[in-house]
Design a protein around this ligand. Structure first.
Ligand code: TTP
Ligand code: MG
Length: 363
């Protein structure tokens, strides 16, 4: 038998916690985010209740626009400590069911239950139990997808939100996906969809008709990846990012030794961006940033800076690295290699801080 994987995603997480603690908010448009200041506020919506979504409001909608769309909504500021505590309790419930557990962000998790159920009917019962236990303990609802791969489980959990369970058995994958817009495939977003729309591909069903070699010919690596997803063959394991890993680093050797500051700067930006892609994907925080620099003749230096509080911030890291680099920028020797290393890793802070910071730091 193939694998059975659950994807559990809390429904309008921050808003659900606020409505639980303030019953007068229940059933109303509720927006958690920046201060709207009667339409003049800056910053964005973190999330909102499903009643607010009917007005066209979503995560990341500018708060001023949300105010225009629904001025009578209830607007509250986020309380990240509270959501963090709820998140922890929810995750503790989920991981009791199987040790093949992987948390993603504050409100999502994957759970492989292949070993503890013999078919999808059993799996659905486990999903119901998890759902009920979370509701009894925390008073908030979630949606669960159950499918043979992580990606399909994720698409499924989103299919019947809020408070739904969607089971996709191997033989139903194609009919399940057929009529969906291609942006339902995680990784095909607003920007990349035009590549496919231009070729007349709008529905996932349009992909299903194309055989693998043609998918590769048309879309290269992405073609193979999409083909695997829609055939249930995308077999990424369910596992926590291993924090035993001490660091994440990247370096780049220049084609020619260089003292071109512009090139050095864009290279730092590039490698920093690549590292942060991984950092965000695995929701890792770090305290220490290290610059590595190698000159002509293999003379190598490293310089580090550590913070007291772990961060996950691409811009700040680049600033620190460039600050560390200043010491070397005036030398006469040309540079052969530069690198960035992030260490003192932590995965405990599970918040999408980037977004929270967005509106907490807005004047
Ligand atoms: P999501 O699971 O993306 O959204 P949600 O749980 O609010 O709604 P849904 O029912 O569609 O799952 O994100 C979880 C929490 O993360 C969300 O409640 C608020 C926070 N968040 C932000 O702060 N900024 C963002 O841009 C997003 C997408 C989420
Ligand atoms: Mg959610």
């Amino acid at each position: 038998m193939g694998r059975i994987i659950l994807h559990i995603d809390m429904d309008c997480f921050f808003a659900a916690v606020e409505a639980r603690d303030n019953p007068e908010y229940k059933g109303k448009p509720l927006i958690v985010g920046a201060d709207p200041k009667e339409g003049k506020g800056r910053g964005v919506v973190a999330t909102c209740s499903y009643e607010a979504r009917r007005f066209g409001i979503n995560s990341a909608t500018p708060i001023s626009q949300a105010y225009k769309l629904c001025p009578h909504a209830i607007f509250v500021r986020p309380n990240s400590a509270k959501y963090g505590a709820v998140s922890k309790k929810v995750m503790n419930i989920i991981k009791k069911y199987s040790k093949n557990f992987q948390q993603v962000g504050s409100d999502e998790a994957y759970l492989e239950i292949t070993d503890i159920c013999s078919n999808f009917e059993d799996a659905k019962k486990i999903a119901e139990n998890i759902k009920n236990e979370i509701y009894r303990s925390e008073g908030i609802t979630c949606s669960i997808g159950c499918a043979p791969t992580k990606t399909l489980a994720k698409i499924s959990s989103d299919h019947n939100k809020p408070n739904g369970i969607t089971v996709v058995e191997p033989e139903n994958i194609k009919s399940f996906l057929e009529n969906m817009d291609i942006t339902r495939i995680p990784g095909i977003g607003k920007k990349t969809k035009s590549n496919y729309y231009n070729k007349g591909i709008k529905k996932i069903g349009d992909f299903i008709k194309i055989p693998l070699p043609k998918m590769i010919e048309l879309f290269g690596k992405s073609g193979k990846w999409i083909w695997e997803i829609i055939n249930g063959l995308n077999i990424r394991p369910v596992q926590e990012f291993r924090v035993e890993r001490k660091s994440i680093s990247r370096e780049r050797t220049f084609l020619e030794d260089t003292d071109d500051f512009k090139l050095i700067l864009t290279t730092f930006e590039e490698i920093n961006k690549k590292i942060h892609k991984k950092i965000i994907k695995h929701n890792i925080f770090y305290k220490t940033m290290t610059l590595k620099i190698r000159f002509q003749g293999f003379i190598t230096f490293t310089r580090s800076k550590s913070l007291f509080i772990p961060i996950q911030n691409e811009k700040k890291t680049l600033e620190i690295i460039l600050e560390l680099f200043k010491e070397f920028s005036k030398g006469k020797r040309k540079i052969r290699l530069i690198g960035i290393k992030l260490s003192n890793l932590d995965t405990k802070i599970k918040f999408k801080q980037r977004n929270l910071l967005n509106f907490l730091t807005v004047p």
